[in-house]
Design a protein around this ligand. Structure first.
Ligand code: GDD
Ligand code: MG
Length: 318
C-alpha cells in the first residue's frame, strides 16, 4: 500500500515552535513525530510514502532521505504554493500510477488499526473511507455522522457545539481513497477535502469506520505536550542521554528533557517538554509548558500554565 502524508501546513497553532521547523518534525520523546507515524504505517503494511510538502520541506527531506533508515520507500512532492488538503493530495497522487491510496494528516499520533480500515473499505466497496475517533470537543475537528452500512450522512468541518449536538465522532485524519476521488479534484487550485470533497461525496460511496484506542492531533501546545506525556507509557519522565542535569535539580513527573539540555542546580521541571539544547538556570521552575530549542531560562525564572517559550529566546540583559 502506498500512503500520502500531508505535511505542508504552516502549524500556526504551534507557533513560535513551528517558526523554525515544520510541525511533523517536532520531537515526541526525542524523535520527530513523523518517525512514530512512519513506524505505525509500516506495521500496517505500508511500503511506500509520498510526503505532500509545503512549509519548510528541506528539514523533512534531509532527515528521512529515500527512507533507508525507516525501511520505507519515500518520495517528496513540494507544492509551489499551498493547495490545501485535497489540492495537496491530488498534486502528490498525480506523480504516482492511479491506485488506491492511504492518506494521512501529518500530525496525528495514533495506534489505530489501519489494516481493519483498509479491509472495511474493501468490504464496503467504498470510493472513500474515513477513519473516525470519538472526542470530547468536536469543534476543533471535522464532525462525521454515519448511517446504515457505515455510510456518511454528514461531514461538517469545525462545527459549532450547537451543530454537533450530542455527536462526538470526528474525522481522525486517515482515509482510504480510490482514484476516482482524486480525479474529482481540480488541478493547481486550492481545494479542501474536508469542506469541498467529502461533503460532495455524501451519498456516493463515502463511508466511515469508528476506532477506539489512542488518538491525538498534536497541533496545539496542549496536545503536543500531552502526546509526549502519553508516550512515556508508564515511565515517570524521559531525559535524553546527552542532557546534563545537576544533581540537585528535580526532574518531576511528566518531564521530557531533550538532547543537549542543561538543567541547573535546584531547578524543578514537571509536565513539560524541553526541546534540544535548552539551558535552564539555577532554581528555575518549569511546569505544564514547552521550551523551544536553544532557549535560555534564567535563574529563578518561572514558566508555567501552558507557556510556550520561543526557540532561541534569551532573558533580557539587566
Ligand atoms: N501539503 C499541504 N498543503 N498540506 C497541508 C496544507 C496544504 O496547503 N494545508 C494543511 N495541510 C496539512 C497539515 O500539515 C496537516 O498535516 C493536515 O494537512 C491537516 O491540517 P491541520 O491544519 O492540522 O487541520 P486540522 O487539525 O485543523 O483539521 C484536520 O484534522 C482533524 C483531525 O486531526 C481535518 O482533517 C479535520 O477534519 C480532522 O478532524
Ligand atoms: Mg491537525
Amino acid at each position: 500500500m502506498h500512503a500520502i502524508i500531508l505535511v505542508g501546513g504552516r502549524g500556526t497553532r504551534l507557533q513560535p515552535l513551528t517558526d523554525t521547523r515544520p510541525k511533523p518534525m517536532l520531537p515526541i520523546l526525542g524523535r520527530p513525530f513523523l518517525e512514530h507515524q512512519l513506524e505505525h504505517l509500516k506495521r500496517h503494511g505500508v511500503t511506500a510514502v509520498t510526503f505532500a510538502c509545503g512549509f519548510l520541506p528541506s528539514q523533512i527531506v534531509s532527515h528521512f532521505g529515500e527512507g533507508e533508515s525507516v525501511g520505507l520507500k519515500l518520495t517528496y512532492v513540494i507544492e509551489p504554493q499551498p493547495l490545501d488538503t485535497a489540492g495537496a493530495i491530488a498534486f502528490a497522487a498525480r506523480t504516482l500510477e492511479p491506485q488506491r491510496l492511504l492518506v494521512c494528516n501529518g500530525d496525528v499520533l495514533t495506534d489505530m488499526d489501519i489494516t481493519h480500515l483498509i479491509a472495511e473499505h474493501e468490504r464496503l466497496g467504498a470510493a472513500a473511507t474515513i477513519a473516525l475517533t470519538p472526542v470530547e470537543d468536536p469543534t476543533r475537528y471535522g464532525l462525521v455522522r454515519t448511517g446504515e452500512r457505515d455510510a456518511v450522512l454528514t461531514f461538517l468541518e469545525k462545527p459549532t457545539l450547537e451543530e454537533a449536538g450530542d455527536d462526538r465522532y470526528i474525522n481522525a485524519g486517515t482515509y482510504v481513497l480510490e482514484p476516482e476521488v482524486i480525479a474529482m479534484v481540480p488541478h493547481g487550485v486550492r481545494c479542501n477535502i474536508e469542506r469541498e470533497v467529502f461533503p460532495a461525496l455524501v451519498g456516493k460511496r463515502l463511508h466511515a469506520i469508528g476506532f477506539d484506542g489512542y488518538w491525538n492531533d498534536i497541533g496545539t501546545p496542549g496536545s503536543y505536550l500531552q502526546a509526549n506525556i502519553d508516550l512515556l507509557d508508564g515511565a515517570d519522565s524521559w531525559v535524553d542521554e546527552s542532557a546534563r542535569v545537576h544533581a540537585n535539580a528535580t526532574i518531576g513527573s511528566g518531564a521530557v528533557v531533550g538532547p543537549g539540555v542543561v538543567v541547573g542546580d535546584g531547578a524543578i521541571i514537571e509536565r513539560s517538554v524541553l526541546l534540544e539544547h535548552v539551558v535552564v538556570g539555577r532554581g528555575a521552575y518549569i511546569a505544564d509548558s514547552i521550551v523551544g530549542e536553544r532557549a535560555v531560562v534564567s535563574d529563578g525564572q518561572r514558566i508555567e500554565h501552558g507557556d510556550v517559550v520561543a526557540p532561541g529566546s534569551a532573558p533580557e540583559p539587566v
